[in-house]
Design a protein around this ligand. Structure first.
Ligand code: GAR
Length: 205
C-alpha cells in the first residue's frame, strides 16, 4: 500500500474525490497527510472530518517552505504526492527528490490553457475567451516545467453556450477531474504494487 500525501490550497473537492475513492476501497493506498499552503481553507475541514492528519506549511513569507515540506513528506514516509488544487509552484529540490512520484490535476486538456498563470477559474475563462467547444481535465506527472510532465489520464468535457467560468469549472470537475484523479492514483498504486511484488519475487524477498 502506498502512502499518499495530498497537497491543497482551497476547497478540496478533488481531495474529497480521493478520500471517497480510498474509503470505497478503490485505491490501494492510504492518505497519510493533507498539506495546505494556506490556513483556513475548506480542504482542511474535509481532512478533519475523515480523521486524516493535516498540516499547514505556508508559502507566503516562508523561505523554508520547500525544506519544511520535504522533511514532512519524509517523516510520513510518503510514496506518492498528489497536487489536488495546490496553487504554489514546487521548487526543483522537491521535484527532484520525488521524481515521477508527484502528480497534478489541471482543469484543461494539456497542452491547451496551461503553464504559468493558468490556474483555477483563469483556465476556464481562457478556454471561453478562445471559444473552444471542448475542454476537459488532465492528470500528469510533475516535472520542472509547469504543467509539462508526462500525461497519465485526460478526459474531455463539452463547452455549452452560455457557459460562465464558474459553470464550466463545475462541469469539468464533475465530469472529469473527480473521475480521472482517483483513477490515476488507483492506477499508480496498482502498478507500483505489481512492480514491488515482481522485484520481491525476482530477488526472492
Ligand atoms: C481544480 O479545478 C484544480 O484542477 C485546479 O484548481 C481547482 C481546485 O479545486 N488546479 C489548478 O488550476 C492547478 N493548475 P478543489 O480545491 O475543489 O479541488
Amino acid at each position: 500500500m502506498l502512502n499518499i500525501a495530498v497537497l491543497v490550497s482551497g476547497g478540496g473537492s478533488n481531495l474529497q474525490a480521493l478520500i471517497d475513492a480510498a474509503e470505497a476501497g478503490k485505491i490501494d493506498g492510504r492518505i497519510v497527510t493533507v498539506v495546505s499552503d494556506r490556513a483556513g481553507v475548506f480542504a482542511l475541514e474535509r481532512a478533519k472530518t475523515h480523521g486524516i492528519p493535516w498540516t499547514v506549511i505556508p508559502t507566503k513569507g516562508n523561505p523554508d517552505f520547500d525544506k519544511q515540506l520535504l522533511a514532512h513528506l519524509k517523516d510520513h514516509q510518503v510514496d506518492l504526492v498528489v497536487l489536488a488544487g495546490f496553487l504554489s509552484i514546487l521548487s526543483d529540490e522537491v521535484i527532484d527528490a520525488f521524481a515521477m512520484k508527484i502528480i497534478n490535476v489541471h482543469p484543461s486538456l494539456i497542452p491547451s490553457f496551461c503553464g504559468g498563470g493558468y490556474y483555477g477559474l483563469r483556465v476556464h475563462q481562457a478556454a471561453l475567451d478562445y471559444g473552444v467547444k471542448v475542454t476537459g481535465a488532465t492528470v500528469h506527472y510533475v516535472n520542472n516545467v509547469v504543467d509539462g510532465g508526462e500525461i497519465i489520464l485526460q478526459k474531455a468535457v463539452a463547452v455549452q453556450s452560455g457557459d460562465t467560468p464558474q459553470s464550466l469549472q463545475k462541469r469539468v470537475m464533475e465530469e472529469a477531474e473527480w473521475i480521472i484523479l482517483p483513477e490515476a492514483v488507483a492506477k499508480i498504486c496498482e502498478e507500483r504494487d505489481v512492480k514491488h511484488a515482481k522485484t520481491c519475487a525476482d530477488q526472492r524477498i
